[in-house]
Design a protein around this ligand. Structure first.
Ligand SMILES: Cc1cc2nc3c(=O)[nH]c(=O)nc-3n(C[C@H](O)[C@H](O)[C@H](O)COP(=O)(O)O)c2cc1C
Ligand code: SF4
Ligand code: SF4
Length: 438
């Protein structure tokens, strides 16, 4: 099997799977169990001035039978003392010398940052992650996302840290910002060795319609929380790719946000992450999920003849382009496999009401299509009018049967033409305008 070991900003780890700073990384007891399960690294629950928490703290978005599709928390940093945390970090590092152990830190003043870094260095950890991301509680005290949202402040604080840090420093970025790349560049200017992203997204998950108090409920009130879990993965992937694509940046990336299995992890790696971090999926399913992650990624890499995850890092980054550079002459249309279609008509309704009205419901016998094993006699059959299909994907996304609707490439104009080229050719009078859709 491929060798899954990675080196991230100088920190060695037997695999790219790290636990993100949060409830699963709160104590030595948990760290031992996580490493026993196979996690390659741990970013400890953020250490700073211990702060009390409220009850309750979590709420979640449920979709049908799927629980915790999105997860929201109003928890703050560690409520344990720095003494206890650093002592346990030393104990964990001594027992697991081959694993990556990173202390997440948050402080207010320059002196306080220096003190935490020095104590972290003494504890024997492999590196530091600066929490510039908490979107609740700590930001009201001038820390967390209050820092991450202001590139000048983030740069200054990173600079303070670099004055004393000898171990690698990772800056953890907040997604609650318009342009994540500006925040990443600030971290670089401050001297950071790497970045990690994303921290949680400011959110409200649900409102109780009897009490009119959103969740999580705290004595008749609530507050804006930090959103994470599977629902945030697309946002995190986008931001990771943005940073990976920025040629000025050139910092290693630890990808975080909605990662639940090896596929999610591989996608983050393909978009530029060297390591990945997981929080919500472990809170939901426990430390053991890493076993499938290790096996799945190893098998995938073997199948691609990749000897190391390093070969996968960034492989998908350059296929993301500006919209204006995409090929206008590329054509795809929906193709329905009538052998496995169950005749639910969801595709017809979606196309009729939400797309381009080009899936007809026809009589299976008079069309000669007949009945597949999954469709009852008398049921109409959906048929795509290919000339009118714009290839939007909607029907294939709503179809409940795997591989029943595929998007098929059509022979089209073999010469690619992007919007930029189209504008140029139009301005030269070299082509006629593309007629508007009827
Ligand atoms: C309950 C909870 C507490 C968290 N505490 C911290 C923290 O102390 N420091 C930190 O940097 N991130 C913290 N996070 C954010 C996670 O490290 C991670 O960035 C985020 O949850 C996205 O990853 P996920 O989708 O795998 O959960 C916390 C997340 C949750 C759910
Ligand atoms: S791809 Fe879009 S336009 Fe084409 S049939 Fe499906 S829903 Fe209709
Ligand atoms: S959504 Fe899929 S299964 Fe349902 S009718 Fe359309 S093609 Fe058939």
């Amino acid at each position: 099997m491929a060798d899954l070991s990675v080196t991230f900003a100088g920190i060695r780890s037997p695999n790219p799977f790290w636990l993100a700073s949060g409830p699963p990384t709160n104590t030595a007891y948990q760290a031992h169990r996580a490493f026993e399960a196979g996690w390659g690294g741990i970013v400890w629950k953020t250490i700073g001035d211990p702060t009390p928490n409220v009850a309750s703290r979590y709420s979640a978005l449920r979709l049908g039978t799927k629980r915790m599709v999105g997860f929201n928390n109003i928890e703050l940093i560690s409520d344990r003392s720095p003494e206890t945390n650093f002592r346990e970090l030393t104990e964990v590092k001594e027992r697991w010398p081959d694993r990556a152990l990173v202390a997440s830190l948050m402080a207010d003043t320059r002196e306080h940052w220096h003190e935490l870094i020095r104590r972290g260095e003494d504890s024997g950890v492999d590196g530091f992650e600066l929490n510039f991301g908490c979107p609740h509680g700590m930001c009201e005290r001038g820390m967390g996302s209050a820092v991450g949202q202001n590139p000048d402040v983030a740069e200054k604080i990173t600079n303070w840290v670099m004055e004393v840090a000898r171990k690698p420093v990772i800056v953890k970025l907040t997604p609650n910002i318009t342009d994540i790349v500006q925040a990443a560049r600030a971290a670089k200017r401050g001297g950071a060795n790497a970045i990690s992203l994303i921290n949680t997204i400011r959110s409200i998950t649900q409102v109780n319609l009897d009490s009119f108090v959103p969740e999580p409920y705290v004595d008749g009130a609530s507050t804006h929380g930090g959103y994470c879990g599977p629902a945030v993965k697309p946002i995190a992937l986008n931001m990771v790719q943005n940073c990976a694509q920025d040629t000025d940046l050139g910092l290693p990336i630890s990808g975080i946000g909605g990662i639940s299995d090896w596929r999610d992890a591989a996608e983050f790696i393909a978009l530029g992450a060297t390591t990945i971090q997981v929080c919500t999926a472990v809170m939901h399913h426990g430390f053991r999920i890493v076993e499938d992650m290790i096996e799945g990624l190893g098998t995938y890499l073997d199948g691609k003849s990749m000897k190391s995850p390093q070969v996968l890092v960034g492989r998908a980054v350059s296929s993301l382009r500006k919209w204006e550079d995409l090929n206008l002459n590329f054509k795809r249309v929906a193709h329905i496999d009538h052998e496995i279609c169950i005749g639910c008509n969801l595709c017809h309704i979606a196309c009729e009401d939400g797309a381009h009205q080009c899936i007809d419901l026809l009589d299976p016998e008079s069309t000669g299509i007949g009945y597949g094993p999954g469709r009852m006699k008398g049921k109409a059959v959906p048929v795509v009018r290919e000339d009118d299909c714009v290839g939007c994907n909607l029907c294939s996304l709503v179809c409940p049967v795997d591989n029943c609707i595929s998007m098929v490439e059509m022979s089209s104009n073999p010469t690619p033409m992007s919007w930029s080229q189209y504008q140029y050719l139009l301005s030269k009078g070299a082509i006629a305008p593309i007629p508007p859709h009827p």
